[in-house]
Design a protein around this ligand. Structure first.
Ligand SMILES: [Zn+2]
Ligand SMILES: [Zn+2]
Length: 701
């Protein structure tokens, strides 16, 4: 028997971690010395062994290499570099895999440490918090069964089944939160254990957790791990924090229903969302941000500014644009039309439906047919039509209208095309997730040698739009194939490679801040997405450029080359706004409804100080309207202070005050929304001033 002392235990685990104990006589000797209580010799022998025989090379991101004994953990490596790093590090990537800091490293490896500022660090933090929440729930509501509990962009959730007779409410969240804090303070550690499939099944059969059993049944033996902290054990791949003590601030945010595995035919579970932080002040800041986000919710502002609405009678997910919203949308369209005209785009218009056969040819029916709106049938001819899910097949048929030669290319067909896609009712959300929306769509048909050039031009258009709408903070994501999964994609390897390198080169030439994601490409081609950060730092995907070699193949598109032979054109799908619905939603949340002057539904409000000056206000209104400046009068019988406050709330960019002095000198007193008094100007000066500001915002050539 080995006497259990801290030193002997440590050495024992270390030896076991090497997983070679039995094959190396010297290790057996160490265990033997330990059993005799000869700690000093054991430690010496252990260090001798690990240093002399079992060192591994750890490569750091700066390509520096250091040697460590085999079995060292990420946390120990961090500590050897700096104690501060050990305190800050949350997870580690070992040879490309995300790991726990406490997992022993047994072979040469490259390591990258992740702190709070990295996605991977936050992910481990929030995912560990989901386990902590599950533990607290199990204690508070014994018998609860657990679905999945991932980290998300902001925080985490867990889908749980508390049993048919138990309902968890907002009030209970406070209880669970308290329990979590208590458990976190008790400094529980997350312990990883690899288990066989049969062990795993046995554990959750005894626990009667059918959700976990379903998940385990889909896993391969030899890949399964459990994590335990305190009294709670979960099926999980990891990684997690070393322990709970870093989780200092906890807020459970909301409860929602969520179908098990997103399948509406299966049981609805209770989803609890939460967020945690390593510092209380960070939670406070986050809650302020959340409040601000609520204030900026596009559904709320859209209603207040009378931009759009929904009607249950018309149908969920089908937005109705109100006059002010429709005008705003038209201005966006007009602006893009003007830019596109400059870039050589040609307008086309196509119907909202198309024969089913069209989408069989394009491949959309095979891919989405079953899971989308079902075909519409004609009463007598028995024809089948689909609501248009994409404009591209229609545009391909326009390409085929006549014989094209190399001299005709590139051809750029643009259409604000309304498309319809089925979304589950639970997924619908304001203007961001809808069932009918209008894409600022265009398809560029070009020769393979023109691909990169065209790609660069589309990037230019997106830059123009971002400038006009004041999106300063953005980055791009290139979505390429998953090289290990051929079946998901249509088209030849050669074509894929050509398209992928064109995108990468174009991004390099434009000096874009780019990340590459493998396996994120659409089934028909690689793409480039523009992700913007809004004023609250939230990420939104806007603007997509997609290369497609497949639709030209399926529609047998051709052009006659300079060699007099037939060739296939390449197709680019692009939508700088994405869809007008989603874009307007993002714009509202980004600007809190304070649109740039050129876009604002009302640009100027004229406020007479009293009834006496309403006539002069009307004269000003007439003048501004003649200058194409969108203006209105606030002639309510209210104090000027109240008028100013009310119109500030309406987010009108310029407020004009007119009284005796102004009427006498044909002037206006100008206030800028949120910035106060700008002095007096003559009517001509003011009109000129507005025109200049608008021109500057919309300038693109
Ligand atoms: Zn986990
Ligand atoms: Zn398309």
């Amino acid at each position: 028997m080995i006497k259990s002392t801290p030193v002997s235990k440590l050495l024992q685990t270390k030896c076991q971690n090497y997983q070679i104990t039995n094959n190396v006589p010297l290790f057996k000797n160490i265990l033997h010395y330990l059993s005799e209580g000869k700690h000093f010799i054991s430690i010496f022998a252990f260090h001798f062994l690990s240093r002399q025989i079992f060192m591994i090379k750890i490569t750091f991101p700066d390509q520096k290499i250091k040697e460590y004994p085999v079995g060292i953990t990420g946390l120990e490596i961090a500590r050897s570099i700096h104690p501060g790093l050990a305190r800050a590090v949350l997870s580690v990537t070992v040879n490309g895999e995300l790991w726990d800091l406490m997992r022993p490293i047994n072979q040469d490896a490259t390591v990258i440490f992740h702190k709070w500022d990295d996605e991977e660090g936050k992910h481990a933090f929030w995912h560990s918090s989901a386990h902590l929440m599950a533990e607290a729930i199990e204690i508070t509501f014994p018998g609860t069964k657990f679905g999945i509990g991932p980290a998300i962009e902001n925080g985490f959730y867990y889908d749980i089944d508390p049993g048919d007779d138990v309902v968890i409410t907002e009030k209970d969240l406070v209880k669970v939160e308290q329990k979590m804090l208590e458990l976190a303070r008790s400094k529980e550690v997350y312990i990883r254990k690899e288990v066989s499939k049969s062990e795993a099944l046995k554990f959750f059969t005894e626990k009667r957790d059918n959700y976990k059993l379903e998940l385990i049944n889909e896993l391969e033996d030899g890949t399964i791990s459990f994590y335990t902290q305190g009294s709670f054990t979960d099926l999980c791949r990891g990684p997690h924090l070393p322990g709970t003590e870093n989780i200092k601030a906890i807020k459970l945010l909301s409860i929602a229903g969520a179908y098990w595995r997103g399948d509406e035919k299966r049981k609805q579970l209770t989803r609890i969302y939460g967020i945690t932080f390593p510092k209380k002040s960070m939670l406070d800041e986050y809650l302020v941000l959340l409040e601000e986000a609520k204030k900026r919710d596009h559904r709320k502002i859209g209603k207040e500014l009378e931009l759009f609405t929904f009607s249950q009678k018309v149908g969920q997910g089908l937005p109705l644009w109100l006059p002010k919203g429709a005008q705003l949308r038209e201005r966006l369209e007009d602006f893009l039309k003007k830019v596109q005209k400059d870039f050589g785009y040609l307008p086309v218009i196509t119907p909202h439906i198309g024969q089913k056969e069209l989408y069989v040819t394009s491949g959309h029916y095979e891919k989405y047919g079953k899971d989308s709106f079902q075909p519409i049938k004609t009463p007598s001819e028995n024809e089948e039509f689909l609501l248009k899910p994409m404009n591209c097949p229609h545009h391909c048929e326009i390409y085929k209208f006549k014989r094209r030669t190399f001299r005709d290319l590139p051809l750029r067909f643009a259409e604000f095309g309304t498309v319809y896609r089925y979304e589950q009712s639970g997924e619908l959300h304001g203007l961001t997730r809808v069932r009918g929306f209008t894409q600022d769509d265009a398809h560029i048909f070009c020769r393979p040698d023109q691909l990169k050039e065209e790609f660069l031009k589309v990037i230019d258009i997106i830059f123009i739009i971002f400038k006009a709408l004041d999106f300063k903070d953005f980055f791009t994501q290139i979505s390429l194939r998953d090289p290990d999964d051929d079946e998901k994609y249509i088209g030849s390897d050669e074509n894929w490679e050509k398209a992928e390198s064109a995108i990468i080169e174009a991004c390099e030439e434009k000096g874009l801040n780019t990340i590459i994601e493998y396996g994120e490409a659409a089934f028909y081609g690689p793409k480039l997405d523009f992700m913007v950060k809004d004023a609250l730092g939230r990420k939104w995907q806007l603007g997509t450029i997609q290369v497609d070699y497949n639709l030209p193949e399926r529609f047998e598109l051709e052009y006659v080359g300079s060699d007099d032979k037939r060739h296939r054109p390449v197709m680019i799908h692009r939508a700088p706004f994405g869809s007008l619905e989603r874009f307007v939603a993002v714009l509202i949340e980004h600007t809190a409804g304070k649109f740039p002057l050129w876009l604002s539904p009302d640009q100027v409000v004229i406020m007479p100080i009293s009834e006496k000056y309403v006539d002069y206000a009307k004269k000003v209104l007439n003048f501004l309207n003649n200058c194409d400046i969108r203006s209105l009068i606030d002639d309510r019988d209210e104090k000027i202070g109240k008028k100013i406050r009310d119109n500030e709330l309406k987010k009108i960019p310029y407020l004009l005050i007119v009284g005796e002095k102004e009427a006498g000198s044909n002037e206006v007193s100008v206030r800028k929304q949120g910035q106060g008094d700008q002095g007096t100007m003559s009517l001509d000066e003011f009109a000129e001033f507005i025109k200049n500001e608008v021109e500057k915002q919309m300038q693109f050539s």
